[in-house]
Ligand binder design. Structure first.
Ligand code: SF4
Length: 73
């Protein structure tokens, strides 16, 4: 089950720019203002992406797994 896409989903909450996702997985996430997925994000970092999504205090990190989508909280 490979992660194929990661994005900021602010349909319910807004990114608070806390920086936690970058601290957990800086090969994928950066927080210049609101969270951004790096242009050359290494989506093979599945554990880091999932950990960042689960650890995001407002649950705005979404990712797709083999075409489906999931959000941790
Ligand atoms: S952990 Fe969540 S709220 Fe914090 S910067 Fe990342 S996306 Fe934004």
């Amino acid at each position: 089950m490979a992660i194929t896409k990661v994005w900021l989903d602010e349909s319910e909450n807004e990114c608070t720019m806390c920086g936690a996702c970058e601290a957990v997985c800086d090969s994928v996430f950066e927080v210049p203002e609101k969270m951004a997925v790096r242009k050359n994000a290494d989506l093979s970092q599945e554990d880091g992406i999932k950990e960042a999504a689960e650890g995001c205090p407002v649950g705005v990190i979404a990712y797709a797994v083999d075409g489906g989508s999931a959000r941790a909280n």
